[in-house]
Design a protein around this ligand. Structure first.
Ligand code: FE2
Length: 437
């Protein structure tokens, strides 16, 4: 969000802004107002809150700071919809977001319209470059919340005994991946690709948008390494489970084993079993393991990813190994734009999805990939000045880095230098496993 050297044309950022704002509403189209109130885990937020908070971001960091005469939609909203910016003053505890029955959905939608119209008027006034950069940041923030909205609604629907379906499976011909086991590609032995070691430039070069945690660009020495060509599949993970993976402490980090015991983990988050047959809950409804066998395993914690790697005699890649391999790859894969809304099998052809014929597949999309790297500032990192310095920097403790985006990440949002981060016990994200050695 800082140190971008280009000046973004108003027309380009205006189009990006309007497209992103429309997309958020489109993602809510399958939801009822009641769905949009649910906060089923402390990590998640209700969809209605996401709608209001993303408007709040544009209001707080652009309109109130840069637009003289801007009129607040509601004088309570600046504190009500603040997420975690201590510099801006007190805000409600996150766990209370499900109690926000007021303002109602209609009022939240009017709030969004009020902010959208103000940003449109502001863009007509030839705003200064810093304000344009803030709008670009706001668009990227909106895209982060699009992903969270879907991640959170999946959890909400999983906790509902009726197991509602967010979107029905599309007709067979529209599915960009094989739909049934019969058509699914045969499982193959996991292949690896070797990479030379050496000195690598890591981090964003400043051309185009990036978050502050992707900079400064710096050099990292890598020993020669190999990366798995594909993500670990549900079928492969089921073998770990069948081999007692969740019952054998020798595969687990100490904190991981404690998490297994404390939480009663015996499978990834959305896996359920009836009479020994596993199924998994997705935004497309319940899918039998038979259909998902070649799709990447998802909703696993760092601890589960690490335990699987130990069981397999491999390890997780560092975020630097991952980035060096991802550099130069096209941003293509099973991202939000594919419309599948769940992880899908790797495909080795360019039909449907442009996966590379050479090199690792599924670099972008399907599942975020846990890395063995702790989330820390790069050498010389400094958060941006002011309240926005709280966006990323204050979370650099106790989190691990994930790379690559997922099936609910907008394609315009992801890049090789992008660093996501969560605590190692986190399971509600679309998070999966790529092995290395
Ligand atoms: Fe936010």
């Amino acid at each position: 969000m800082n140190a971008t050297t280009r000046c973004i044309p108003e027309t380009e950022i205006g189009a990006r802004f309007r497209q992103a704002r429309r997309k958020t509403l489109a993602l809510c189209a399958p939801l009822t107002p009641e769905d949009m109130m649910v906060q089923s885990t402390p990590e998640a937020s209700p969809a209605k809150w996401h709608l209001a908070h993303t408007a709040w971001f544009f209001e707080s960091f652009i309109l109130r700071e840069f637009m003289p005469g801007y009129r607040l939609f509601n004088t309570d909203f600046p504190w009500l919809f603040n997420s975690y910016y201590q510099n801006l003053g007190p805000f409600p505890a996150k766990r209370l977001r499900a109690s926000f029955s007021r303002p109602g959905l209609d009022e939240v939608l009017h709030y969004r319209e009020h902010v959208d119209e103000a940003i449109d008027r502001f863009l007509d006034r030839n705003p200064e470059p810093e304000a344009l950069k803030r709008i670009e940041l706001g668009v990227n923030h909106e895209e982060q919340h699009q992903e969270l909205l879907l991640t959170d609604i999946l959890h909400a629907f999983f906790t509902n005994p009726l197991r509602p379906v967010y979107l029905e499976q599309p007709p067979e011909e529209e599915v960009p991946f094989p739909k049934s086991k019969k058509q699914a590609p045969a499982r193959q032995a996991l292949g690896f690709q070797a990479f030379e070691g050496g000195l690598h430039d890591i981090g964003h070069d400043g051309q185009g948008f990036c978050f502050d945690n992707e900079q400064p660009r710096h050099r990292v020495w890598l020993e020669p390494y190999s990366l798995a060509r594909q993500l670990i599949t549900c079928g492969e993970f089921a073998e770990f489970m069948a081999d007692g993976g969740y019952r054998r402490p020798e595969f687990w980090l100490s904190d991981g084993w404690m998490a297994v015991r404390r939480n009663g983990w015996r499978a990834p988050l959305y896996w359920t079993s009836e009479s020994g047959d596993w199924s998994m809950f997705t935004l497309r409804g319940v899918q039998p393991l038979a259909r998902m066998e070649t799709a990447p395993v998802s909703q696993v914690s760092y601890f589960e990813a690490d335990a699987y790697a130990r069981w397999a005699g491999r390890r997780l890649p560092t975020e630097f190994e991952w980035e060096a391999a991802a550099k130069g790859q096209a941003i293509a894969g099973n991202l939000l734009d594919s419309g599948l809304l769940r992880p899908g099998p790797a495909v080795e052809t360019s039909e449907g999805l442009a996966q590379p014929l050479e090199g690792p597949t599924q670099i972008f999309g399907d599942c975020w990939q846990w890395t063995a790297s702790a989330y820390l500032g790069y050498p010389g990192y400094r958060p941006v000045a002011g309240s926005l310095g709280e966006y990323n920097g204050k979370f650099m403790s106790g989190n691990m880095v994930l790379r690559g985006g997922s099936c609910v990440t907008p394609a315009a949002h992801i890049r090789a230098t992008y660093r996501n981060f969560f605590s190692p016990e986190t399971r509600w994200q679309f998070s999966g496993i790529r092995l290395a050695f």
